[in-house]
Design a binder for this molecule. Sequence first.
Ligand code: HEC
Ligand code: HEC
Length: 235
Amino acid sequence: MRCATFAVLLCLAPTAAAAADEGALLYAARCSSCHGDRGQGSESAPPLAGKSAADVRFMLGTGRMPAAAPGINEIHRRPAFTPREIEELVQYVGSFASGSTQPAAPRIVRGNVARGRELFAANCAACHGVTGDGASVGYGNVAPSLHDSTPQQVAEAVRVGPGVMPQFGSDVLSDRDLSDVVAYVGFIQHAPPQRNPGDAGGISLHHVGPVAEGFVAWLFGLGALVLFIRKIGTT
Ligand code: HEC
Ligand code: HEC
């Protein structure tokens, strides 16, 4: 009967229960001072109960949490925890509420770069720039460079909408669309900057526009797409 108080998963896998204890300890030491001992939130931080696994994993995986102090605009840093500790914290935070009101963690598959480029241009480039270098979005907010994000983090960010970034639900971008966007972000991360034809003429890729667009099209012609697909195929 004790099982009824735990998630079915915990009953099936005894090791998962140990992980939850570990998560509880980490949470008490590193999160509860701001988010409350059961994720109820405080004056200085929002509640965590009911937040999606994607949200918690994104905030921890990009090193945004634990925040150094309340009210700081968090940026991508080295994560404070190992991948295993992150999963333990995700699991523990998930135990605060019976069900998340937010979308499940996105499932990404290998996407189509050309289609992703169109979706990125329509939904992301206005803030992050066509080449994903990032840009100011006003009022002191910066859309960061996307060059350090893993495919999973890109997908999580899109579904979660961190900070002032809008949240894109699956009604706006399906999981298939999202996979294509992720493929395109992977492509621009691997496009070698030294092959920017603009370097010779002093026009840098940061000047988002026809040059950058043309550069990307030019790389397609050189088969960089094939190289990229082979590269992600081996990881
Ligand atoms: C110094 C205070 C502080 C500490 C410590 C802290 N947080 Fe936060 N956290 C914040 C603040 C402030 C925000 C809201 C601003 C933001 O999103 O950057 C936030 C936001 C979040 C969010 C996004 C919530 C949302 O509304 O979508 C998650 C998830 C999160 N924190 C998890 C954690 C976890 C897990 C830990 C422990 C490893 C932690 N935080 C430690 C202050 C803190
Ligand atoms: C309205 C402007 C805006 C739009 C549109 C937008 N973003 Fe963002 N994005 C932001 C801001 C601002 C942040 C930083 C949020 C924070 O850290 O609080 C961000 C953060 C991110 C991050 C996290 C990067 C890191 O440093 O870890 C990723 C990945 C991302 N966005 C991808 C996307 C993708 C893909 C799209 C299109 C589907 C998109 N964004 C659309 C403004 C935007």
